[in-house]
Write a protein that binds this ligand. Sequence first.
Ligand code: ZN
Length: 376
Amino acid sequence: MNFLDRFRYRYDNLKELDANISSDKKNLNYNNPILKSLLSTSVKVTPEIFPKIDSCIQSVFKKLELKNNFNFFVTANHNQTQASCAMMPESDSAEIIITSRMIELLNINELSYVLGHEISHHYYQHNIYPSPNQAKSKMELLKLLHLSRASEISADRAGFLGSGDIENSLKAMLKIASGLSEKHLTFNFSSYLDQLRELKQIKGDQNQMYSTHPSFLNRMQALVWFSMSHEYHEYFETNKNGVYDLKTVDQKINESIKKVIGNELDISTKEIFSNALMWCSLKIFIADNKFTKKEQKLFEKNFGEKNTASILSLLKISKPKSIEVKINNALNEATNLLMAEREKLFNELKKLNSVAESDQKIVQTSLNDIKKKLKI
Ligand SMILES: [Zn+2]
């Protein structure tokens, strides 16, 4: 086990997703023609051609205690500060491509942060995570983005550990975010963290919600917090104690990102949950083709007057088939919920419907059907 496993960000985990989203390793686009042509037009890093970059690479692998099975390339791009990691799933080798602009902008110590970051994407096998482009619903999209942002937090930590220096890592982040060199930047980190506070006060930036990367402000803050963890200090024997335990750090980061991007994932979860609870209750109540006064009262108590009134008029004017479609839609959407949420939904349904006036056998059949559809 490498220490990178120990320091992996808690939310950078496929288990954050539900059973419906499986990573299809066969679909990975390694044979991407753009990537292929990029590799054929880029210059491979060798000690002869790029001695400084090459020794920087060696030192990062040493610090990360990993074997270097990688190929590094520099590609001519004067506009974009980019580095990317192209890899085959479960392969022990990868290609890392860095733009010339990135190399020009960063000094060699800062570059080691970028290299550590990219190398760790391969170590953590982030390429097996489903791409947000594959999302079939908004909920799924939000969750895949959440996972993608989480993977960046882990990779940033590896960048820091690979460079061995928090200042250089933060400087690299700032240079990449601003595109500016030393000439124009002052590295007063507390003022950037002030910027983060302001961002939260305006209740986040909605554009960030659909971003695959967390805001650079969140990322800087996340790294500073990580460098203050007991676990980090203990492992690297810094003679300092640290301020937080790593679990607290991870929770703080998650909350901080949520404040910036807005709580959309939580809000969507709640909406889907309560919608499914309402339609599934109805399914059970009307399983015997009756919606008794007592059931209506209970329904109203749980889902409100307005919802009950519209359900009643819907029942009057719609064919049973179209009600069933609505119920199934709500159930389908609920399959996107995390496992814990689906179980909670099912338990609440059981509780709520223990008072249904239908025959218990009919109630049980409906519950079983719901259970099966929720995949629990
Ligand atoms: Zn990355």
